[in-house]
Design a protein around this ligand. Structure first.
Ligand SMILES: Nc1ncnc2c1ncn2[C@@H]1O[C@H](COP(=O)(O)OP(=O)(O)O)[C@@H](O)[C@H]1O
Ligand SMILES: [Mg+2]
Length: 227
């Protein structure tokens, strides 16, 4: 059997007395797309942040490609070494950097050799079809274009796991449908493992190999999408 790209076992995270994530277990096979579907406040963002290493679980374990990434100080794999690309709900583009520099900064942090960076950046921008916009600053872009930059920035490091937190939620319905279809194409073409968080059942139908329903911090069902 192939090692799963992501395994989460019995992960719990509390904030004060509030259980944000409660005994969550989940496995995603290499190249698959899991969509975590649930209402606002059910713990979706917290779960993604735990997988990325931006939060530390109170208990439970997380494995990426068979390697345990959680644990006490020295055994914990930090976020930048997890091979993850993250599209945040609010995008979190760096406002003082051009599109090109937003991507270059990621490669610089990953210590990608300078000679390889330009080709990698062009490739990522081409994938999301915004190569001509590379000299612009985020505030000079439309919402949909900013969304594409966030996706390109998440892909440029060639992550083994792509985490997306409601990436289409701020877009108007038409653009949402277009970008959703493009994302489905990209995920299939790149065969990148994806965990996609949303409260939108149409996102789940279009993108998921597995639909993971969450309520109040817990996973309540895992099913195949209705298409
Ligand atoms: N840093 C934090 N401190 C305190 N409470 C938090 C924090 N982050 C999330 N929460 C709480 O945990 C619950 C789950 O939040 P979140 O994971 O953001 O849900 P979702 O992304 O599904 O909307 C919410 O009740 C939220 O208020
Ligand atoms: Mg959220």
């Amino acid at each position: 059997m192939n090692t799963a790209a992501l395994v989460v076992t019995n992960v719990t995270k509390r904030f004060g007395s509030h259980q944000a994530v409660e005994s969550v277990s989940l496995a995603v096979a290499v190249g698959d797309a899991a969509v975590i579907l649930g209402p606002s406040g059910c713990g979706k963002t917290t779960l993604l942040r735990l997988i990325a290493g931006l939060e530390v679980p109170d208990s439970g374990e997380i494995f990426l490609n068979g390697t345990k990434v959680t644990g006490l100080r020295h055994s914990m794999v930090p976020p930048h070494q997890r091979g993850i690309g993250f599209v945040f709900q609010d995008l979190a583009l760096w406002p003082h950097l051009t599109v090109w520099k937003n991507l270059d900064f990621v490669l610089g942090s990953a210590k990608t050799p300078r000679a390889q960076r330009a080709a990698r950046i062009h490739q990522a921008l081409n994938l999301v079809r915004i190569d001509p916009l590379s000299a612009r600053y985020p505030h000079e872009l439309s919402g949909g274009e900013q969304q594409r930059v966030a996706l390109a920035r998440a892909l440029v490091g060639q992550p083994r796991l792509l985490l997306l937190d409601e990436p289409l939620s701020s877009l108007d319905p038409e653009l949402r449908i277009t970008l959703r279809a493009e994302l489905a194409r990209l995920q299939r073409d790149l065969r990148v493992t994806m965990v996609y968080v949303t409260h939108d059942t149409q996102d789940a139908a279009a993108l998921a190999d597995d639909v993971v329903e969450m309520r109040a911090g817990r996973i309540v069902s895992v099913s195949k999408p209705m298409r």
